[in-house]
Structure formats: C-alpha cells, structure tokens
Design a binder for this molecule. Structure first.
Ligand SMILES: Nc1ncnc2c1ncn2[C@@H]1O[C@H](COP(=O)(O)OP(=O)(O)OP(=O)(O)O)[C@@H](O)[C@H]1O
Length: 621
C-alpha cells in the first residue's frame, strides 16, 4: 500500500459505482405514494430504525426531521453497509454516522453487555474531535450509562492516556496520529472493533496522517464496517476507500442537495492591498454585517496585525491559530457559538509547512525567544528582519476551515483569499449551515496591484485572480454564483487617512508582543488557572478572548470614533433611506435584468432578500 501519492486537492476520483440499495428502498417507499409531496414521504428519525433513546435525544436537539444525508446514510449504516458519503458542508454528516453507530452499539449491548472498544472515529483536527465528542454526548443523553466515549485530544503523557483508556470506552474519537500513539503505547485495543468512521476523509492524508493510517489499518480486525464522510471527493478518498472499505455504497449527494435551497450568497471585491484594510475597517466599524463573522487570513502574524488594527478603532475580535493551546482554541469556538464574541480572525495555515505537535516546551521557547525582544524587526514597516526568527512549532492537528460547526455565522470574510478552490469551499462552508442563510465575501488582489503596497502585501495573494477563476468555475458546477461586489471608492476615501494612521501604529514589534502576550495568557488560562476560574467564574471576564492586546501599539483614541463629517453628507437617514450603506454599491442593472427589479442596494432572489451588507448603524463610543 502506498499512500504517499502526490495528490492534487482538486482531483476528482474516477466515479465509483452508485448502486444504492438503501436508496432504492427509500425511493420505492416514495414512489409507492404518488401524488404526495416529497416532504410528506420523508421518513422521520423514528422511522429510520434508530434506538428510541436516540430519537428522544434528537428531539431534544430540536432536529425536526433528518437531513438528506441522514435519510440516506443512516439506513445503510444500520444495515451494516460500508458507506462513502459526499455531502456539502453543514448538511448534517456528523449525526449521519454518530446515530447509527450509537444505535448499533446499544443494540448489541442489549444482548451482550461485555465492554470493548467498538467504534473508532478518526478526524483530522483536534477541534473537530472535540466537536464530534460533544455530539456523541448530546445524542447519548438518554443512554449515557450504556455508552462510554472518550476523546484523545489532550497533550498528555502515555500514563494519563492509559488511565483514560482503562475504562475501555465503547467509542474513541481521535486524530489518526493520537489513535496510533495509543494503540502503540497506551493500551488501546482494536481487537473487537466493529465500526470505523473517517470524517473529513479527504483531508486525512493531506494532513500527513498517511503513515498513521497505514499502521491503524494493520491493527484492525476483519469485518470492520467503515463509514467515510467528506464534503468533497478527492483522489485521497479513492486511496482510503481501497484500504478501508469493502464494496462501499457511494452517496454523492451534493447535486441532490442542489442549489435550490441554497442560502449562501457569495461575493468578491477586487481591490488594492491596502484597500482590504480600509474595507475591513469600514465593514466592521460601521457594522455593515449583521451577526457574527469569521475572517480568514493567511498566517499567524497577519491575524495579530488585523486584530491590533481593529483595536485601533475599538473593534473587538478574537484569534484562532495553531500556536494557541488546544483548550483555548476549543474555548474560543465554544464561546463564539454561545454568542460571546462577534468576530473571529482565523489564520488558515494549511498551506504552510507544519512543525510537530506544539508542546509546552515549544511554547515556552517562543516566550523566551520573544522576551529577548528581537532587535531584528525594528519599527520600520515592510523591513525584512535581519536575523531569522526562531520558528515556533505549531499544532499539526489544527484546523478551522474544515468541519468546525460555527453556529449562526452570518459571514465568512476571506480577507486573504485561499490558494485553492477546495480550500475556499471549505471555508465558506462555515456559514449557511443546516439551512440557515449566510454570506461569503472575498477580497481579491488583481495581478497588477500585487506587491504594490509594501506594508501590507503578502506573497500568497499573488495569484488571487487565477484562484478566483477556479473558485467561480467550481462553485458554478455546484449551481452557485460568485458575484462581484463593487463599492464606491469616492465614499471610502474619507476614511483612508484613519486607516493609514492605524496601520502605522501596528508595527512588527507590536505584532510580536501581541503574539507573545496572547500565548502567555492562553497558557495561563488553559493550565494554571483552570481550577481557580472554575471556582471563581466571575473573574473570567478579565480574561475574555477578545480583550485588547495592543499594549505596545500606539493608542489613538480619536480613531475609535466615527465623526459625522466622515459619513456621506446626507447622514444616517439618507443611508437608511437607500437601504443600507452608500459606499457599497452593487451593479444592479445587470442583476435587475436577470433577476427582477432591483431595490436600491438590496435585491431579492426567489422572494428572499440576499443583501449581504445589512443596515447602517454607526457604533459610537
Ligand atoms: N436534522 C437536522 N435538523 C436540524 N439541524 C441539524 C440536523 N442535523 C444536523 N443539524 C445541525 O446542522 C449543523 C451542521 O451539522 P454538521 O456539523 O454535522 O455538518 P457537516 O455536514 O458535518 O459539516 P462539515 O462538512 O462542515 O463538517 C450543526 O449545527 C447540527 O447541529
């Protein structure tokens, strides 16, 4: 077996057989009730054959009816069939495999109470492991004493892992690397394993888990039922299918889910490198997006730069990157989902070379290193450091663009465009989940403007236009459009000197300091003070993740206000009369022709308002 194939992320595998007995059963059921609307024939969770305790738990989650992927995959999985399922992001794949797995274990336990690890769920990142584990907890709420699940994501010693595994959990959720470590040296036995799930399966090999997967495959007993879930098909899936599946049923549901219930609007803005910062400032200071936003940037330094830049204007945000301890990352996502923060800035580092797992020593090294205050960076914007900065190892098992369920996310902003269409697809999949509406807005640097603004340029945006072309083609295949969003340069200009003031204040040293401060805080938060804060929760407010980091940034109080004279001259009223904000204007002519009457800046598609940038409300402090 060789998994070390050079794989193109956009590769589509040769199309496997689509024979689908479970489907046929459902189709027959639907066909036997002619004249009835499709929705009337859709089975309920109870009709899918799940254990009643699980049906009860699903009802508690307020899941009214199964999603398409759940309707298709659950009956097949309950029949013991291997399944390879491709369904778009946010379509409910987690429940589609967790529920039949739990149901199978409960059924077996009703006659055979012996304990062994029956299910292994492998996911590419630790954040995802945590999320899946929580889903198992929720779905097994009414059978908690019968199901023991363990996630193996903590950075702990083999001894601690051994004690975690000594209870012999029914289900293990882990990354492949940690699972193999536990099989190898912490006593995890897969001798009686019955179910193997690979979630985000297309990502498993590109995360560098090929050797772990190879090792795990050798540790599996015969006859394990395998379920593979993915939002995209790739050649990697073909490889894994060949190794782990026995004649799997392919469920390729993206077309079936289709674009008709599409609630995602996608836009791009072609702009200069510094205009990104200006737009970022305007969009968030003037609150042009209603609700929560996830902003993707290309690297860790850039995430701190944007955060500090926002701080100059009094805009609060928190950060996610691979350098932060796993506990902090999970906490940030949890709190964001609870609505505590509105803006997350995430660095999408998948294109960078990863180091090993970030251990405490690495983080310590980073702190010591920065304490020495590198004299290499200086205060000069755009200056290249003379000495090479010590490389900080990051968590290889980090990832937010894949699989993470950010709840009620209004918008994904690609502040820096990803370098592949696949990566784009996964990023935008964080919004418009489970039938909700959402918006994706991407900043694209035209070739001729790349490298023109030295303080803010980055290499990765060099081919933005080419990538955009691929994105438009790929989204087109899914029946989606990515449309230009034009804004009035004239209206923006009034804000430019403020943007420049703020940019100048966010120096390299300030970024370095902020990065160190955040890391220090997070280490403290996640380890030393954990218990203290459990006992004194009120104190936690001092350690909000979206607190200010700009200790060394020049503070410019005036930037936190938006004076009236900067706003378009007819003021707020005129803006609301125009339904929204003046600087952002769509090319409505074309759209009006294509889709019906435009109404100012907003327009309707199928009766649904699709204006991404909502009301104009200036925050005054
Ligand atoms: N039947 C359902 N009814 C309502 N909400 C559901 C249903 N099934 C799942 N959800 C919700 O939909 C959201 C997305 O589900 P999930 O994370 O499983 O999607 P996914 O397909 O795995 O996405 P990704 O490919 O990004 O991992 C979650 O918040 C989940 O709670």
């Amino acid at each position: 077996m060789t998994m070390k194939r050079k794989l193109d992320q956009n590769d589509e595998p040769s199309s496997p057989a689509r024979a689908d007995e479970g489907d046929r059963a459902l189709e027959q059921k639907e066909a036997s009730q002619p004249g009835q609307s499709h929705s009337k024939t859709e089975p309920s969770f109870a009709e899918l054959g799940l254990d009643p305790r699980l049906v009860q738990a699903v009802a508690k989650q307020a899941f009214e009816k199964p999603t398409l992927v759940q309707r298709k995959a659950i009956p097949l999985a309950l029949q013991g069939q291997d399944v390879l399922c491709k369904a778009k992001t946010g379509s409910g794949k987690t429940a589609a495999y967790v529920l039949p797995l739990l149901s199978g274990i409960l059924k077996r336990k009703s006659t055979d109470p012996s304990t062994f690890t029956a299910g292994l769920i492998l996911v590419p990142t630790r954040e995802l492991a945590d999320q899946v584990f929580k889903a198992i907890e929720q779905f097994s709420a009414f059978c908690a004493k019968d199901i023991q699940a363990t996630k193996l994501t903590e950075n702990v010693s083999d001894a601690v892992l051994r004690s975690l595994l000594s209870i012999v959990p029914d289900i293990i959720v882990s990354t492949p690397a940690r699972a193999w470590q536990c099989i190898n040296s912490a006593g995890l036995s897969l001798d009686k394993l019955q179910y193997l799930v690979l979630d985000e399966a297309d990502l498993v090999l590109s995360y560098g888990y090929d050797e772990d997967m190879e090792n795990i495959s050798k540790a599996l007993p015969k006859g394990v039922q395998t379920i593979m879930m993915s939002a995209t098909l790739s050649a990697e899936l073909d490889t894994l299918k060949g190794i782990f599946c026995r004649n799997p049923k392919l469920l390729d549901l993206n077309e079936e889910i289709g674009a008709e219930d599409e609630k995602l609007s996608q836009f791009y803005v072609k702009c200069a490198e510094d205009d990104k910062w200006l737009l970022g400032y305007l969009i968030f200071k003037l609150q042009l997006i209603k609700g929560k936003s996830l902003i993707f940037v290309a690297d860790i330094d850039r995430s701190y730069r944007l955060k500090l830049f926002f701080e100059q204007f009094g805009i609060r945000s928190c950060i996610l990157n691979s350098e932060l301890p796993i506990n902090s990352r999970i906490k940030v996502i949890e709190e964001f989902n609870k609505g505590i923060y509105d803006i997350i800035i995430a660095s999408d580092e998948k294109n960078e070379a990863f180091g090993d797992d970030a251990g405490a020593e690495d983080q310590e090294a980073m702190l010591n290193d920065s304490k020495r205050k590198s004299d290499d960076a200086g205060n000069k914007e755009g200056a290249q450091p003379k000495k090479k900065r010590k490389t900080v190892k990051r968590d290889q098992e980090y990832g937010v663009s894949r699989g993470i369920d950010f709840r009620n996310l209004a918008a994904v902003i690609n502040f820096d465009l990803p370098t592949s269409a696949t990566s784009y697809q996964h990023r935008i999949g964080r919004t418009a989940r489970a039938g909700r509406t959402g918006m994706a807005l991407s900043f694209v640097i035209p070739k001729e403007l790349h490298g023109k603004h030295k303080p803010t340029w980055i290499k990765s945006t060099e081919n933005d236009e080419k990538v955009l072309g691929k994105i438009i083609r790929q989204q087109g295949k899914l029946g989606r459009t990515v449309e230009p969003y034009n804004f009035s340069k004239k209206e923006m200009e009034a804000f430019r000197y403020r943007m420049n003031d703020a940019l100048r204040a966010v120096t390299r040293v300030a970024i370095r300091e902020a990065r160190t401060k955040e890391l220090k805080q997070e280490l403290l938060r996640s380890e030393t003070l954990k218990r203290y804060f459990e006992e004194n929760p009120a104190e936690l407010s001092h350690l909000r993740h979206d607190g200010e980091l700009g200790r060394t940034t020049r503070q410019q109080a005036h930037l936190k206000h938006v004076p009236d004279y900067l706003l378009p001259k007819d003021g707020k009223k005129a803006l609301t009369r125009n339904v929204g904000f003046v600087p952002f204007k769509k090319e409505d002519k074309k759209r009006g022709h294509k889709r019906g009457k435009p109404s100012g800046r907003s327009f309707k598609v199928g009766g649904r308002k699709r204006d991404p940038l909502k009301t104009f409300k200036v925050r005054r402090k």
